[in-house]
Write a protein that binds this ligand. Sequence first.
Ligand code: ADP
Ligand code: ZN
Length: 585
Amino acid sequence: MNKIKNKYILIPIFAALLSLVALLATNHKTNTMNYKSYPEFLKDTSSSVVSTVEINASSKINVLLKDGTNYITDNPNSITLKEDLLSKGIEVKTSAAMPMAQRIPVTILGLSLLSLIILAIRNSSISGSKITSIEALDGQSIAKEKFNFHSVAGNEEAKESLKDIVDFLKNPEKYASYGARMPKGVILYGDPGTGKTLLAKAVAGEAGVPFYAVSGSDFIQVYVGVGASRIRNLFKKAKTHGKAVIFIDEIDAIGKQRDSGKNGGNDERDQTLNALLTEMSGFSESTGIVVMAATNRLDMLDSALLRPGRFDRHIEVALPDIAAREKILNLHLKNKPIKNVDLKDLAHKTAYFSGAKLESLTNEAAILACKDNSQYITHEYFDKAYSIVLAGYEKIERSSMSEVDRRITAYHEAGHALISLLKLPEEKVSKVTIIPTSKGAGGYTLSLPKDSSYQNLDYLRRRIMVLLGGRAAEEIVFGKDKITTGAFSDLKHTTNMVNNMVTEYGMGKSLGLLRLSEMNNFINNSDISSVIEECKVTVDELYNTVKVTLIENMNTLEVIATELLEKETLNHNDLMNIVDIDIAV
Ligand code: ADP
Ligand code: ZN
């Protein structure tokens, strides 16, 4: 597609060049013609040797003599010149504009420059797109592969709600005859990679209608108005087919809440959003067009989008639970030669993995097996792939990490691991490593949380202790002034958790059962500072407990850290072998 576009761009370029050459040529011709000064010309007119004079808007006039020769002279731009000449019996040719020989190339030049500008604008907007192909941006159907609900594993509730939409797309007239108003817009919301795009494609596939996909971020252009006109084009194209699914990924890019304070009003985005709303109210429910949009955050969207007659159906697409994870793994391994792979175990190990992450896990394992020319993809490859997907590729260049950094990382991770073993014995520490990841973490400790929808206060407090274990170990072993920034992300999670406990989950004292987010307008500064104070006291208290625990188990901390420095990575069994604590897992 891009190539074709490039080819088209050559046409105006050629035309522009040709017309430039033509212009230069005519100019050259004028320049090389004989020239006489105006007084000489006036002399000629009086001595009646002139037969014809050609006057136009240009700065020169053309003079043809009776002997057949000609020359040019300066155009005095006088109104009386023509009358003078006529009275002397000289023929006068006038043309208001420039001569034909110039007019044509000038027109062509103008036209080709114009089309170059248009092409440039369109191209610049295309280069800004990340996800969708150019075909999709031009509003064409991109469903080359056939998708249906069998392509989506798990997500049972979402599929159930979408079955209505499929039925409606198949028989919009039937619904209309019952006077039923079907949703024009559906919003799928949930974490990235949970299958929202896949579900939208599946709806189109099940209903047998074309699928038009665009991404909200593609509509935010440099040129005001481009986004809006593209929205209109998209709907126009979709309508030519009668029935269609229009999919707008990242709808939040155009439909974010219009809090003028923060964004200072974004004209382009507003125009695009308005165009979308206008288009959506512009077609009737019985047309058989459904607009599906995806976002990670439903709460971020402008309420104008969510009103009845717009995106009034909201479907959550959640992270898969253990059973769904097994189904997704199964689906993506269907055509892969696997052997000795315990999918139940794999599903268990992949808590909080999205469908996309699971797909990438199966793909990594396949690539690794292929690189080894192994006949089957065995569990070893899945183990390796697991670490890769989880932490990004393990850095090959390990020497770049200084010895001091390694020691600090080893004690930091040992601290997490030990506190996890002692305080969260129900969670299995499956891996501790000091190998830096490409994602920037110095190392990581991985424990497998239980699949459970509720987390009680006691669990949350113990979870925070595990998070604080890294920094506490650093402080105990290396001293207070040697602590590092390595705990940045731990502290971020800690802060979020304790903040939620006090302000959202009704687990704190300063607000009791009140939720801070519901009271935006009533809360004053002293309430906020008492909330912060409570969060701080809670974390301080947990941090002290962690330090005491680590000091009491200093020997074990040393053992784990030393082993980590030697082997760099310890799995669950390694850990159990070196740790002398009675833990039932
Ligand atoms: P989203 O739009 O929610 O970010 P996608 O639909 O683009 O996620 O998912 C990306 C890829 O992840 C899909 O193409 C598919 O390979 C895989 N995937 C995600 N969810 C599922 C699922 N429920 N079943 C099967 N594959 C899935
Ligand atoms: Zn840490």
